[in-house]
Design a protein around this ligand. Sequence first.
Ligand SMILES: [Ca+2]
Length: 289
Amino acid sequence: MHKPSACGACGKSNRLFPFTMAFQPIVDLDRHEIRGFEALVRGPAGESAGSILSKVDATNIYAFDQACRSKAIALASQLGLQRGLSINFLPNAIYDPKACLVHTFKAASKHRFPHHKLTFEIVETEALADPAHLSGIVAEYRNHGFKVALDDFGTGYSSLARLADLKPDVIKVDRVLTAGCDASITRQSILASIVGLCREMRIEVVFEGVETLAEVHTLRSIGARFMQGFYFARPMLEGFCSDGDIPWPVEAPAVEAPLLQAPLLEAPLLEVAVADRPRRLLMSHADAC
Ligand SMILES: [Ca+2]
């Protein structure tokens, strides 16, 4: 990874290409309300993230990453967002936490965006040469009252070791685990253990890439509360959907489970019949509390 020779090099990068943001809701299934929105980069006319990210290289990654954070905050503020805002960032695009994040902090202050409503999602696309560097970034965000999320949990570099090292406020479970979970006992066991683990660690869990009602019901049966995905809403270019736009599933009242006193996997998750899975998994979960 190319590194600038000194902090401030982000401002000397090549002139950036135009881009904007789309916003996809993260929903709260307990309250039937939108928890917040994730800002996703798009072209000015709604072009895909891939078409924009293909223009990012070693000469402009610092400026682009910084501009993304500032753009998301400015746009969300101009659009009158009252809910939370999640912003992706690449830890390798941060050269010096204190110097590189100052523009983000200024953007939040300028737009009077409450720090506690901002969550920064750590996206690791390559191995970090210095894991302590990431810890420094997380610490700097926390010092300013922001939340930190571990993105794409369950894939690549977003591992249990990273969870232990960073102790984020939120983890976002990747679609590789949620996709087809209704038909996979193995996935249900893994997801249930993630829910239990994060409950013990007081970490919020968001399940990404939820696309079907069957996945929603299965995730609810193992105690999932926050979800994101095409089932609920697609990203909206420079706009926000409302609570009334979400197809809230009809379901039994949610169980407010206290912290687990025993490992969730001690519950007989693998012994229940597939046809009876949602009810039995919920009972197993409650029994374990
Ligand atoms: Ca993300």
